[in-house]
Ligand binder design. Structure first.
Ligand SMILES: Cc1cc2nc3c(=O)[nH]c(=O)nc-3n(C[C@H](O)[C@H](O)[C@H](O)COP(=O)(O)O)c2cc1C
Length: 343
């Protein structure tokens, strides 16, 4: 614990908000990330940040695949009790299919259902889902009406700023969604056309916050605890989502939560980092077929050892390791003393 704190951090108390009857405390949310935020990763993030992640969101789940009774897709809706509260994110464009899939999510015990209105991938938008809903709010309205008729748990939307620079309509879409019963609005302050380039427009996020009465969760480019607190203070949003920064540094939530209480946490030690990577790999082995587990393990392990000074060799070796078991052996053999944390 250190005493040198940004002024804004002093005296700030932990915050919470509610999505319908679901309390999100603290007001920090693990952002949905396709190919990453599966049950194994969400569990790791919850365990590394005890009491500091208020809500986790699944990867985006295809309602078309659910309708075809795809087993792998159905598996994406599974979660452990310790992950709760959890939001299951659906993507699609057909109101009845969205409603049937949302009902399934509710039956499986989800706390919240989220509608993806932000995915920029052509294979999603071509079929009218994801960010395409930002330019067809009438379809989104029908989806939300169908969810309202079907669900007893709350539903939310996750928006982008708009489709492109000429149609930054997040404020209008948020107002419409609130009118149709959405109980919270998440906004990533980039347009679909921007993909992940440029910077997120938090001024627009603040305007969405001012436009609706339901809680607003801001998303985009939060990389430090001080940055998260600054966004909360500047925009008045109810919650903050963290995505990419949690890939290399999944401990960020406990750092934000501590700073909200005026405390500055020391970064994890190299030994903690290596142990976390090994634990994640072991969980991925349990949950996925070997090839898929290896793919996900490589991506995440390399990101998580990035912060170790002198970790380049380990990273290269992890990338070359032919199996997840070999990766775990490498981690065990890597004397934690050999690495200094660069963070
Ligand atoms: C690899 C990756 C996958 C993502 N997948 C999803 C997704 O499935 N659903 C979604 O709503 N947003 C998705 N996003 C967007 C994030 O939730 C988040 O809004 C965005 O990355 C900005 O936040 P960040 O700067 O904290 O990463 C994804 C982002 C990344 C980098």
């Amino acid at each position: 614990m250190h005493e040198h704190l940004p002024a804004q951090a002093r005296g700030v108390t932990p915050r919470r908000f509610a999505i319908g009857g679901v309390t999100v405390a603290p007001n920090l949310v693990l952002a949905p990330m396709s190919g990453i935020t599966d049950s194994a990763y969400r569990t790791l993030v919850k365990e590394l940040n005890p009491g500091a992640v208020g809500l986790v969101v699944t990867e985006l789940v295809s309602v078309e695949a659910l309708t075809r009774r795809n087993v792998r897709t159905r598996g994406m809706m599974r979660f452990r009790p310790l992950e709760r509260p959890i939001s299951i994110q659906l993507f699609g464009a057909d109101p009845e299919r969205m409603a049937a899939s949302a009902r399934l999510a509710e039956d499986l015990g989800a706390d919240v259902v989220d509608v993806n209105c932000g995915c920029p991938a052509p294979k999603v938008t071509r079929k009218g889902g994801g960010a395409d809903l930002m330019r067809r709010p009438a379809v989104l309205r029908e989806i939300l009406q169908a969810l309202r008729r079907t669900l007893t748990i709350p539903f939310t939307v996750k928006l982008r700023a708009g489709w492109d620079a000429g149609s930054r309509n997040a404020v209008e879409v948020a107002r419409m969604a609130e009118g149709e019963g959405a109980q919270a609005i998440a906004v990533h302050g980039r347009t679909r056309a921007q993909l992940y380039s440029g910077t997120a427009d938090w001024e627009l996020v603040a305007r969405v916050k001012q436009a609706v009465a339901v809680p607003v969760i801001g998303s985009g480019d939060v990389t430090t605890a001080a940055g998260a607190l600054a966004r909360l203070a500047e925009t008045g949003v109810d919650g903050i989502m963290v995505g990419r920064a949690a890939l290399a540094h999944p401990w960020i939530f406990r750092e934000v939560e501590a700073l909200q209480r005026g405390l500055s946490l020391a970064p994890p030690t190299p030994a903690e980092r290596l142990a976390a990577v090994a634990a994640l790999i072991a969980r991925l082995e349990e949950e996925l077929p070997p090839k898929a587990a290896l793919g996900r393990s490589r991506g995440l392990a390399c990101r998580m050892v990035k912060h170790l000074r002198g970790g380049a060799e380990l990273r290269a070796a992890l990338t070359r390791a032919p199996t997840t078991a070999a990766m775990r052996e490498l981690l065990a053999a890597s004397s934690a003393l050999a690495y200094e944390s660069a963070a």
